[in-house]
Design a protein around this ligand. Structure first.
Ligand code: SAM
Length: 206
């Protein structure tokens, strides 16, 4: 992992991913989260201030040490105890049936082995546990989709493997989750190629 990914990208993301519309979405996404919580792709910790009051600790994984370094200040000033792990979300060492809630935000676009990671998320959730997701992905609009395909290669290079063309709802549904809710909309302030949003909850059958 080079200087750009470890040092420049975390600062860039920390700024870009904190838009007011996204902060509102994070707030509503996390309102129903219950302990025990795992966040995959913790990044610079932008979800942290939005966890409900009753959440006292979370476990997180991220593959980029630069992201975790950038998150430190936020972790130190949070009332939530954060147990960070430098790990690939596609290889979770946690035992089966450990968590009540798993959270991903703007991460399923970037994980190289996304199907494996979703399988791991399913494995570590308890029966009845829920995946809370806020992700961007492929648009149903053919014109936008064409541009997403055109821009996907450059996006993957400049944004550390981020894909513009993943169908997040279909990827989640393919892993034996029951979709509880999935809102789809263009995130205000984002270009349409980058802002088609999938926000929702998927449950592991009880
Ligand atoms: C766009 S950032 C989003 C960060 C944060 N979730 C947010 O909402 O601001 C994507 C994050 O996913 C992480 N990531 C990418 N591939 C990963 C993997 N295989 N396992 C764990 N984390 C990964 C990146 O390091 C980065 O922190």
């Amino acid at each position: 992992m080079g200087f750009y990914t470890k040092v420049i990208l975390p600062s860039f993301y920390d700024y870009l991913m904190a838009s007011p519309a996204r902060e509102k979405a994070r707030q509503s996404l996390l309102a129903g989260v219950q302990e025990a919580v795992l966040e995959v792709g913790f990044g610079t910790g932008l979800n942290l201030p939005h966890y409900p009051e009753q959440i006292r600790q979370i476990t997180t994984v991220d593959i980029n040490p630069g992201m975790t370094a950038k998150a430190l200040k936020r972790i130190q000033s949070s009332p939530i105890a954060v147990n960070t792990h430098l790990l690939d979300g596609a290889r979770l060492p946690m035992a089966d049936l450990t968590f009540d809630s798993v959270v991903t935000a703007y991460t399923l676009c970037s994980i190289a082995q996304v199907e494996t990671a979703l399988g791991e998320i399913h494995r570590v959730l308890k029966p009845g546990g829920r995946l809370f997701f806020l992700e961007h992905g492929v648009s149903p609009d053919p014109g936008i989709r064409r541009w997403q395909e055109r821009l996907n290669g450059i996006q993957r290079v400049i944004a550390a493997g981020c894909h513009l063309n993943r169908n997040i709802k279909a990827l989640i549904a393919a892993q034996s989750f029951e979709l509880v809710s999935c809102e789809e909309f263009y995130m205000a302030g984002d270009p349409r190629t980058h802002g088609y949003t999938y926000q929702g909850i998927a449950a592991k059958p009880a």
